[in-house]
Design a protein around this ligand. Structure first.
Ligand SMILES: [Zn+2]
Length: 333
């Protein structure tokens, strides 16, 4: 294996481009890219908010329109509600859930919605939720992460370890990637069932039946996944953005994120990851299309560990979940 130092120059050069800012959201720590443009568009959005909200008075509300934040929520809603509702997805396919700024048109669609099913506290949900509620007083807002036991973000655990001696602990920064867990998906589905039953009480027995079927499907998926991952010889994998926190937790795996604090890794951190790869015999580096590949490519070239692209934001949630399991079970046996 080569030394990571060979990549120092390149990686440092990359870091110097200043694409990422040190500024971050409270809570879910995510990358904030191109801050000037992002902040500007966010300010513009807030300025024009009242204009389009004005045109979306309660008379324009479509009783069958639900807004959600990310693509997989559409899958979950359809599992419970069939095609009873049209689903408006705020963060389009291919965009990062961490730093996407809603466009005026998708916020206008939010204003026409009868309800908004927030995933939890990802990206804009945290920065804009108060504004959304304030500007859409009739919008029913449901939190699909309600009742889910959240764990601290990986990088926070690191902080806690480092600062254990002076009893400095971080609170309020929890990992939000609950949708990539068959077990957490059951809680998400229950929350959706409650929401849609409230919206269309006359359809609640249909939703209840769908929920029962979905819970069984998740139990089966969980059991099959457990069986496929039962006799792995390797138990750790590297991933750029830590979207598999709860998946890893469910199946006793260790997720090693390359991204730190929602930012591109430093050379020092990449060297640490390379050492982990060697110590733990890691055979997989997962990448996600909506994030930069540079760090993952550098670590892959240094260690010879292969890259595998995955999409935790796929609309074909179940297919992607099974594909990730199959990759892990094949490569980590
Ligand atoms: Zn994320």
């Amino acid at each position: 294996m080569k030394e990571v130092t060979g990549y120092e120059l390149r990686v440092t050069g990359y870091g110097l481009r200043g694409v990422f800012s040190a500024q971050r959201h409270r809570g879910h720590r995510e990358p904030q890219r191109t801050t000037e443009k992002t902040n500007l568009s966010r300010i513009l959005l807030l300025l024009i908010f009242p204009l389009f909200i004005w045109s979306c008075s309660s008379s324009n509300i479509q009783e069958n329109l639900i807004s959600v934040s990310i693509v997989p929520e559409k899958y979950f809603v359809e599992q419970i509600a069939g095609d009873d509702f049209e689903v408006n997805i705020i963060i389009p396919p291919g965009a990062s859930h961490s730093n996407y700024d809603p466009s005026p048109s998708n916020m206008a669609a939010m204003g026409r919605s009868v309800a908004y099913l927030r995933m939890g506290s990802i990206g804009f949900e945290q920065s804009l939720i108060d504004k959304i509620a304030e500007l859409n007083p009739n919008l029913k807002i449901y939190d699909l992460s309600e009742g889910v036991h959240l764990v601290a973000s990986p990088e926070v655990l690191e902080d806690v370890q480092c600062q254990e001696n002076n009893h400095h602990h971080h609170h309020g920064s929890y990992d939000q990637h609950i949708w990539m867990s068959a077990r957490k998906a059951k809680i998400i589905a229950k929350n959706i069932c409650n929401a849609v039953s409230g919206l269309k009480p006359e359809r609640s027995s249909f939703y209840q039946d769908n929920l029962t079927a979905f819970l069984q499907k998740m139990d089966t998926l969980d059991a099959v996944t457990q069986r496929k991952l039962a006799d792995l010889s390797v138990h750790a994998f590297v991933i750029f953005h830590p979207a598999l926190t709860y998946y890893a937790e469910d199946y006793g795996l260790e997720q090693i994120p390359l991204e730190v604090d929602g930012k591109e890794p430093s050379v020092a951190w990449m060297q640490k990851v390379v050492a982990e790869i060697q110590n733990k015999n890691v055979r997989l580096i997962f990448t996600q299309g909506e994030y930069s590949q540079a760090a993952a490519v550098a670590v892959s070239e240094t260690t010879g560990v292969e890259l595998q692209a995955i999409n935790p934001l796929s609309e074909a949630w179940e297919t992607e979940f099974e594909r990730i399991t199959d990759i892990i079970s094949e490569k980590m046996k």
